[in-house]
Design a protein around this ligand. Structure first.
Ligand code: FUL
Length: 696
């Protein structure tokens, strides 16, 4: 009940308050480059999808060569509404389609080429996938983006000035006929070789000058004023690639770069603290290992824990997330990918369902001009346009929130008001546990959004300490959550001895496994120590947490013949056996004095019936010494060699995965992998693993 006295007291408080805080609003000055409206709109989308579809979907290749016959393109059940529905249900805000990939084949009936859907059997050449997708996106409230490969392996004039006119004509078609386009994607990949109208040769272009990006950008911005431009190959644009397709950006992530000058891999990963332009990072990765649909990857769709890692390592590190769904031969997103995408969205919703600091009390060590407009309460008011700010030159400050009761949590989310520049260089989070402040997490940059993960902690208060900042910090949002546990599938390797080693990702869970292809349960064999095996074997394993009774997804590895008797010939360095140790994390490199072509020769110890081989490049940071072009020879006597396979490992630079090459059955006791070229244009050749495929 309000008594008269109480009302008087409140009125008095109101007056004093007004007096104390009735100064002019002293809005902080921007610091460094700031995002444009287009970049802001794009950043707030947070996640959107890629769809990869082209003629190479039908040849099972990563890249089309440009000579694939359009008659192979016949997606009998193509349904862009299914793509849009799945993407929407997976929480995506838009879809970027490979209107033209490196093969040069166009998913729309471009009037500038015959190499398109118009010469395919699909809809008797009357179809237009870009049109169907733009309509489906509208129906589902999604934005449309376009991937147009600058490299065109079909076009006869590629490499000559005439191609630039062709490229711009195609761009014009795409940017005028399909409504608003939110993002345009210019892939920097260029492997050189191609069909090129029948020339079948290698063509080199100067990535810096050939495309004349400056004028192309002008045209794009005129046609689509609200677009953002992604370009990893040429002139800096609005967004940057983060240097990897593995699904993460650096933990330190500045949304800045310099507008001119070379960009190193490190700059792509971390941005540039004092860069002169706003060029935020976009993490692009696929829900499967590869970008295009390959039936052999049906069991390799990312697990929920992998997808959640992706979320935290992209959106949780101040980047956006561009997640690819390959389109299968029928013209649909595969049901396994659909299920994974929808579960992913559900798990994100669950993790961030309850913000435990909402409606709590926040206090700060400093409030700008003691003005309520900059109150710490602004950081927990659900309004991204209000923020807690400190006085100018107060770059070290803290904000404390009282839960009011012991509260369990394991995630901390924080956002800067980036419209006035990215500022924070370093911060940590403390929790008041049983009366004592304990540091539970520390990190560097924040930017648009930063999410930290840590083991669950029960505390009564939480404190954000800004340790270093370019200028007064501006914090627009804080969230504290208790995300449900997601168990990760254990890792499985086979050592050269043939022993299977299974390792859970955390130390709370136990492992169960099978060797007969059946799905493991808690009734299967429990893993305690390495398991000896002989011959081909299919291993499946799960991790199980007895406390929560949760079970991880199944991990499955198929191993070919054991490599026990294998000897690597002509190399005395014992480290060379890292190539056969089953561990992706160890690698061996050819000695520095070896020039390309470089050979690795292995004696398999007995005659085997080979049908293929597999190569895993060095998985170390920056993946050094990746082979791009190879020859693979076999021999029965180490004297007479037969060429079993030769060619390129397409897209291996950006996606350094296991490369599998199949050939006609050959008997051999010796194998030789000859490296012809690497990604760096030098003689560095590395191998994490080498294996063979034998006939059944
Ligand atoms: C890479 C391309 O070469 C891949 O095929 C894929 O399109 C990926 C998104 O970009 O550089």
């Amino acid at each position: 009940m309000f008594t008269a006295k109480r009302i008087q007291f409140v009125a008095l408080l109101f007056l004093v308050w007004n007096f104390a805080f009735s100064k002019d609003i002293n809005i902080p000055k921007p610091v460094g480059p700031i995002p444009s409206e287009n970049q802001m709109r794009w950043q707030e989308m947070e996640r959107y999808a890629f769809v990869h579809f082209s003629v190479n979907t039908y040849t099972d290749m990563s890249w089309g060569f440009g000579d694939e016959n359009p008659s192979i393109f016949n997606p009998a059940k193509l349904d862009c509404r299914q793509w849009a529905r799945v993407c929407k249900e997976a929480g995506m805000k838009g879809i970027i389609v490979t209107a033209k990939h490196h093969s040069g084949f166009c998913l729309w009936p471009s009037k500038y080429t015959e190499y398109s859907v118009k010469n395919s059997p699909w809809k008797n050449g009357k179809g237009d996938i870009v049109r169907e997708l733009s309509e489906a996106c509208k129906e589902y409230g999604l934005k449309l983006g376009i991937y147009l490969s600058p490299w065109d392996r079909n076009y006869a004039g590629y490499g000559k000035p005439e191609y630039i006119t062709y490229f711009r004509n195609q761009l014009k078609e795409l940017l005028t006929n399909y409504g608003d386009i939110f993002e345009i994607w210019f892939d920097g990949a260029n492997g050189g070789t191609g069909y090129y109208g029948g020339a079948r040769e290698s063509r080199k272009i100067d990535r810096k000058t050939y495309y004349d990006w400056k004028n192309t950008y002008k045209m794009i911005r005129k046609l689509q004023p609200k677009i953002v431009i992604w370009n990893d190959g040429g002139d800096r644009a609005d967004l940057r690639w983060v240097g990897t397709e593995a699904g993460c950006v650096g933990e330190t992530n500045w949304s800045l770069l310099n507008a001119t000058g070379d960009v190193s891999e490190k700059m792509l990963r971390n941005g540039l603290e004092n860069g002169d332009s706003w060029v935020a990072g976009e993490v692009n990765t696929s829900i499967r290992p590869e970008w295009f649909y390959h039936p052999s990857e049906d069991k390799k769709v990312k697990s929920l824990s992998q997808l959640m890692d992706l979320y935290y390592n992209s959106i949780g590190r101040n980047a956006t997330m561009l997640l690819n769904f390959p389109i299968d031969k029928d013209g649909l997103i595969h049901p396994t990918d659909e299920k994974a995408g929808i579960e992913f969205e559900k798990a994100i919703k669950e993790a961030f369902a309850v913000n435990l600091v909402e409606k709590k009390k926040a206090i700060a060590s400093n409030v700008r001009d003691n003005n309520l407009d900059f109150s710490p309460q602004n950081a927990i008011d659900k309004d991204g346009n209000t923020y807690w700010a400190t006085d100018d030159h107060v770059n070290v400050a803290s904000l404390t929130i009282d839960f009011g009761k012991p509260t369990l949590f394991n995630r901390f989310l924080v956002q800067e008001y980036i419209r006035l520049g990215q500022r924070v260089k370093s911060f940590n989070v403390q929790a008041l546990v049983a009366g004592k402040w304990k540091i539970i997490a520390q990190a560097t940059t924040i930017g648009y959004k930063r999410i930290l993960r840590f083991p669950s902690v029960k505390a009564t208060q939480i404190k954000l300490n800004i340790i270093d900042s370019k200028a007064c910090p501006l914090i627009s949002n804080i969230g504290v959550y208790n995300a449900p546990q997601i168990l990760m599938a254990p890792q499985i390797i086979r050592k050269q001895s043939g022993e299977i080693v299974i390792t859970p990702v955390d130390n709370e869970s136990v492992v169960y496994y099978t060797l007969d292809g059946s799905n493991p349960t808690i009734k299967s064999a429990r893993y305690f120590r390495p398991v000896p095996t002989n011959g081909k074997v299919e291993v499946k394993a799960i991790a199980y947490d007895a406390l929560t009774k949760k079970m991880s997804p199944i991990n499955q590895e198929n191993f070919d013949i054991p490599r026990k008797e294998w000897k690597i010939l002509g190399i005395s360095d014992e480290k060379v056996y890292d190539v056969l140790d089953g561990r992706a994390s160890t690698a061996w490199h050819q000695p520095q004095n070896i020039k390309l072509p470089a050979d690795l020769v292995i004696d398999l110890g007995r005659i085997c019936t080979l049908t293929g081989f597999r190569y895993l490049p060095d998985q170390g940071l920056w993946n050094p010494g990746i082979i791009t072009h190879y020859q693979f020879y076999v021999s029965e006597d180490n004297v007479n060699w037969t060429l079993a396979s030769d060619g390129e490992f397409s897209n291996i630079k950006n996606n350094p995965l296991w490369q599998t090459k199949i050939f006609d059955t050959l008997k051999a006791r010796y194998i030789k992998l000859r490296a012809l070229q690497n990604t760096e244009g030098n003689d560095n050749v590395g191998y994490a693993e080498l294996d063979v495929i034998t006939s059944k």
